[in-house]
Design a protein around this ligand. Structure first.
Ligand code: SF4
Length: 367
């Protein structure tokens, strides 16, 4: 049953609660926080020093819908490469720095739109101050990152292990250090590969700070487990109105991260647009290669910028009825299939023509 409009509106308002009230932070040509749309991030897995490969990957990610990109900066050569990379891409570039404050300084010098540091591994307060001073001078936001895997020993002892409370305390301590140096152009990220601990940590920190939060489940695994863990974790966190930018971390092609992130946002009703494909699970009535067809349809619809629902159903017995809520769909028969619009059968076609017919219909879509 469809939700009544009033219920749907209040539910959507609930989804926006925390993120409506976070501080607005400008990252290159994009704004995050303060109710701005949740932006999708990813991270390159090329060598940043290899400008050509890194730019090619970023352009592919942009085409998929990536809105902020982060590159590892482990060497001075990588920091210098940022200048050339930036000229060839169109989305904000974030430099990911660990340990060496000089790399953070160089990354900002060479044009990073934001830097991600973990103050805990940058070293002395003088070094952190040098980074903060340059960020302040150039008005470059700093993302303060804390990972459960590197929680300070004192906090592990205080909370009897690695806990959500410990992660939050660690993150807020780091933020305080930077605030005391006179800078508040900050974004916070707290990460844990333990999904429920990560969700709890976000619930806690959202009540404590109004800095925008970058949300992701870290080290979540391969395409299969990473997608499931990220969907559950991000679903819980975003549903509570928490999170201003997201990343789905997958051990795989980063383009897959973008596809998953977009689907998570759409599934939660936070982002609209794009074709949604619904397909039946198949059963003993299925007489066509529905699994193959559904996969082909899912790939094919990515070429279209339409906000509609497409159904791919396995049989003519239940298919048309089950596809009623879709704008257009196909239902399989024996070596053939039906084209259905809003639950009405409009055409019968051989199985081999179903995909092309659907593509043709979408090309001429004007409703
Ligand atoms: Fe089975 Fe038909 Fe339902 Fe698909 S639509 S699950 S083939 S009954």
């Amino acid at each position: 049953m469809r939700m009544k409009r009033a219920e749907s509106d209040s539910w959507e308002r609930g989804l926006r609660m925390y993120r409506d009230n976070t501080k607005v932070i400008q990252i290159g040509n994009k704004k995050i926080g303060g109710g701005n749309p949740i932006l999708i991030q990813s991270m390159t897995n090329t060598k940043t020093e290899d400008v050509e490969a890194t730019v090619a990957q970023i352009l592919a990610l942009e085409a998929a819908g990536c809105e902020i990109i982060r590159c590892a900066v482990p060497t001075m050569e990588a920091a210098k490469a940022l200048a050339e990379i930036k000229k060839q891409i169109h989305i904000p570039l974030v430099a990911d720095i660990h340990f060496d404050y000089k790399l953070a300084l160089a990354a900002m010098e060479y044009g990073a739109d934001k830097i991600r540091i973990s103050p805990g591994n940058i070293g002395s307060i003088e070094r952190i101050k040098a980074v903060v001073d340059m960020a302040k001078e150039k008005n470059i936001p700093i993302r303060v990152g804390v990972n459960s895997g590197s929680l300070e020993k004192e906090l592990v002892a205080k909370y009897n292990g690695v806990t959500a409370e410990g992660i939050v305390e660690s993150a807020l301590d780091k933020v305080r250090i930077i605030e005391e140096l006179g800078y508040d152009n900050l974004v916070i990220s707290i990460k844990s590969s333990d999904v429920m601990m990560c969700a709890k940590a976000h619930e806690l920190i959202a009540k404590e700070t109004d800095y925008p939060l970058h949300v992701g489940i870290t080290e979540s695994g391969t395409l299969y487990s990473g997608n499931i863990k990220s969907s559950v974790g991000l679903g819980i966190i975003l549903y509570q109105g928490i999170g201003d930018t997201i990343r789905v971390s997958l051990t795989g092609d980063p383009v897959e991260e973008i596809k998953s992130a977009k689907l998570i946002l759409k599934t939660l009703g936070i982002r609209k647009g794009g074709i949604e494909v619904v397909s039946c699970p198949t059963c003993g009535r299925t007489k066509i290669d529905l699994i193959g067809l559904a996969n082909q349809v899912e790939t094919m619809v990515q070429d279209f910028d339409l906000d509609i629902k497409v159904a791919v159903m396995g049989c003519v017995v239940n298919g048309p009825g089950e596809a009623k809520e879709a704008d257009i769909g196909i239902a399989g028969g024996i070596g053939e299939g039906l084209l259905i619009k809003k639950g009405e059968i409009v055409k019968k076609l051989p199985e081999s023509e179903l995909l092309n017919c659907l593509r043709e219909e979408l090309s001429n879509w004007n409703q």
